[in-house]
Structure formats: C-alpha cells, structure tokens
Write a protein that binds this ligand. Structure first.
Ligand SMILES: [Zn+2]
Length: 235
C-alpha cells in the first residue's frame, strides 16, 4: 500500500453531521484527504500535494531494487522443486499474466451470471441466453484452464529443452488443469525430477543440461543440442 493509499484509507471517516453542504463540483476522495491532512497539519493543501508527489517518487524507487524484491517472492507456479533462479524475469511476467487472467475469469463469470437471468424468461429472453451463454461459458473455462500454473513438467523450462518441447510448445509453462494427464515420472520433484528425452525416454536434469556427456543409448544429439552445449550455459 502506498503512502497515499494509506492516507486515503485513514481519511475515509464520514463527514461531521454539521458539515456545510458541498457546493459546486463534487470533491474527489483524494482532494478531500489532502484538505483534511492540510488542515490537521496547519499547512496549505499545495504543500501536502508536493509532499505526496515526493513520497510517490521515492516509493517508485530504483527498478533494480524492485527486481530484487520480486526475487524474494515465492515462485508464481509449481516448480517441481527444481532450480528456478534464472527464471525470475519470466516469473515477473507470469504474475502479470495471472493477474490479467484472474480479472478476465471474474469478468466472464459475472457476464455469464448476467445472461443466466434470461434463461427462464420468455421466448426472446431464452433466445438471447442461448446465443450468448455458450461463448461466455467457454471464455470463463479458458481463462481458468490457461492460467499459467506449472513450470512445464515435460521440459522443466530448461532453456535447451523447451524449444523442442511438445508438452508446452516452447512456452515453458502449463495451464491450470494440464497436469492431470502427466506421467508420474514427470511429476517427480527436486533432485529426482525428470524431463522427457528422445523417443519417450526420461532424462535427469543433469543429463538434460549436459547432453554431450549423457549415455549414448539414451541420447540422440541434434544440431540444436550441440550448438546449445557449446554456449556453456548452466541451464
Ligand atoms: Zn515444456
């Protein structure tokens, strides 16, 4: 909560019963709060506005600091207990996607509830319901289903594996209910975690990160794997 929000919240008291009626343009909550703080502190409203602007600037802070703070947040998806430090930037994006999807889910649910009121009306009402309800119902379901929820169980989001991953189509993440059909091997966690290898095999994360050193019978190197291993990136 920003300082301004705290102030607005603190100042939400109802007006005194003997307060004179407000004339002219209605005051905004912020304007009223500024006036009240100014009166209580014995300064002009403009002085309060200048202080608030300065505080807002300070609280916006250094972008680098914000990224560090974001790194302290728990991962926004199920990570299967594998290392995810390198994904901090993507996690920031996922949180934004999740918030938008949640808002869309709420909005479509409300829209569906609104048209459901037409369902048992007359002929015209029922017609309108039937025309609109299925699309809204699908939209509500899609926003729930596609909300990023899991680090891809098939490639664990590994940079070298995800591009060719058919489980997540290269995105690195799975939606809300996608995990239901996933093999138990791919649901193993931490050091036991596995990813999909060639021809239906499973590989450890270690094997997946260093494809050149993995047993030949399990690995079929592609040009992409070789190029990737030369870059000497740990993930
Ligand atoms: Zn994947």
């Amino acid at each position: 909560m920003t300082t301004l929000e705290r102030i607005l919240k603190a100042q939400k008291a109802p007006p005194a019963p003997d307060a004179p009626p407000t004339l002219g343009r209605p005051r905004t909550a912020r304007g009223e709060a500024v006036d009240m703080v100014a009166a209580a502190s014995g300064v002009t409203p403009n002085a309060v506005r200048r202080s608030l602007a300065k505080l807002a600037e300070e609280e916006a802070g250094d972008p680098a600091e914000s990224i560090e703070q974001a790194a302290d947040l728990p991962p926004p998806v199920e990570t299967w207990g594998v290392p995810v430090e390198h994904l901090a930037q993507e996690f920031a994006e996922i949180r934004i996607v999740q918030a938008a999807m949640d808002e869309a889910a709420r909005a479509t649910k409300a829209a569906l509830a609104a048209v459901k009121a037409l369902k048992d009306g007359g002929k015209l009402s029922s017609w309108a319901f039937l025309k609109v309800a299925p699309a809204l119902s699908n939209a509500a379901e899609d926003t729930r289903y596609w909300r990023p929820t899991y680090l891809c169980a098939y490639c664990k989001g590994l940079v070298h594996r995800r591009a060719a991953c058919t489980g997540c189509a290269g995105v690195g993440y799975l939606g809300n209910t996608a995990v239901e059909g996933i093999a138990m091997e791919l649901q193993r966690r931490g050091e036991d975690a596995l990813v999909t290898g060639p021809k239906g095999t499973f590989m450890t994360l270690e094997q997946a990160r260093t494809p050149a050193k993995a047993p030949a019978k399990e690995i079929e190197l592609t040009d992409q794997d070789i190029a990737a291993s030369d870059e000497d990136i740990p993930f």
